[in-house]
Design a protein around this ligand. Structure first.
Ligand SMILES: C[S@@+](CC[C@H](N)C(=O)[O-])C[C@H]1O[C@@H](n2cnc3c(N)ncnc32)[C@H](O)[C@@H]1O
Length: 349
């Protein structure tokens, strides 16, 4: 296998070889990407990225970006096609970044992808990411282990139903439970776990729209069947009473429509970006291709220009009343008044 330096050196008569980085993007918060991953993504020629990688993160890089996840109305790649695509770019001598949600080696199929690279003699390395369980644990204040309370933790899958296991551990974390929460809870109860054991379902962990449902094993088993995605099911005595009042829930979630205002650059805010500056086709395409924002989780919206107000309006015709709206200047305030009503949005610099 070649090092990146060797791979990019052309020897007379030989095709220069590419090099592949299998990278974990973390669970959602773009700031949870490692410094190493950020450097490599900045240098990459091609980035093949999955479903759970945020569009905000992708916006930082100039490489050719290929979406390989599943999205409504969009072609998606089967694993074999992804492998082929990675090989194709690597054989063309490119520096390829394969970017996956969380960590590539936790339910991430990273193992399968490196097997293909090995078989084809392509050089690679792996950059770990923060897995969803660690993100949810930190942002929902659920210690995975705790002295005298939990001395073991396991990561399991809730999908497919036939693969549900209940290992003997104090804290159980289930991935891929979107439609199988009840089956997992039943399996855990059947294994003899007390009905009073605390349970948390953490949806969209580390994102502005993180949502936590809590109860006991008995209560949640009796609850309605629902689909939660992406979500983790966490079971164990370390799930305390203050999970819902965690540090992350206390931060103000601000939607920045356009360019940032220095005002929001403090640890007090969680920023979510809406790309609209310039009004270019690629900006609008980026918005159309990203997940629609859930304004119910937003506390404040900042518009940086009249153009941003105009570009925002086709996607979000009304702004819930509880949201505080701020603007960059008089012209933006006037545009906001014209399209959404109200002429008293504070100007901030
Ligand atoms: C195919 S697995 C990929 C896991 C990923 N490799 C990791 O290390 O987190 C997808 C599952 O990860 C979990 N997941 C990923 N991101 C999540 C998030 N932000 N919040 C909650 N669960 C998440 C969900 O259970 C989802 O169904």
């Amino acid at each position: 296998m070649k090092s990146p330096e060797e791979s990019n050196t052309t020897t007379a008569g030989h095709q220069p070889g590419g090099y592949v980085y299998i990278i974990g993007a973390g669970p959602g918060d773009p700031e949870l990407l490692t410094v190493k991953a950020d450097r490599v993504l900045g240098e990459a020629d091609v980035i093949l990225y999955d479903d759970l990688v945020s569009s905000e993160l992708m916006a930082r890089y100039t490489a050719l970006k290929i979406f390989t996840g599943k999205r409504k109305d969009c072609h998606h790649f089967e694993q074999e096609a992804i492998n082929e695509e990675i090989l194709r770019h690597a054989r063309a001598g490119k520096k390829v970044a394969r970017l996956k949600g969380g960590d590539p080696f936790i339910f991430g199929r990273g193992g399968e992808e490196i097997e293909v690279l090995r078989q084809n003699g392509i050089g690679y390395e792996i950059i770990p990411g923060i897995t969803a369980a660690h993100g949810a644990s930190a942002y929902a204040e659920i210690p995975l282990t705790m002295r005298k309370v939990s001395s073991s933790v396991v990561f399991c899958t809730g999908h497919p139903v036939s693969k549900i296991q209940v290992p003997d551990a104090d804290t159980l974390v289930y991935y891929m439970v979107a439609s199988t929460v009840h089956e997992v809870l039943d399996a855990v109860a059947q294994k003899g776990r007390d009905e009073n054991t605390p349970v948390a379902i953490v949806q969209n962990a580390t994102r502005y729209n993180q949502n936590i449902i809590t109860g006991t094993l008995g209560e949640l088993r009796k609850g309605e069947k629902a689909v939660y995605s992406p979500a983790l099911l966490m079971i164990g005595e370390t799930i305390g009473l203050c999970v819902k009042e965690n540090w992350f829930s206390k931060k103000k979630k601000v939607l920045i429509a356009g360019s940032d205002s220095g005002m929001y650059n403090t640890g007090e805010f969680i920023k979510v970006h809406f790309f609209c500056e310039g009004g270019s086709a690629s900006d609008l395409e980026r918005v159309e291709n990203s997940e629609p924002l859930d304004l119910d989780y937003i506390d404040e919206i900042y518009f940086s220009s009249p153009l941003c107000v105009r570009n925002f309006q086709p996607f979000y015709a009304t702004i819930p009343e509880k949201i505080v709206v701020t603007v960059a200047d008089e012209a933006t305030r006037a545009e906001y008044g014209k399209l959404f009503g109200g002429d008293d949005a504070p100007i901030i610099h």
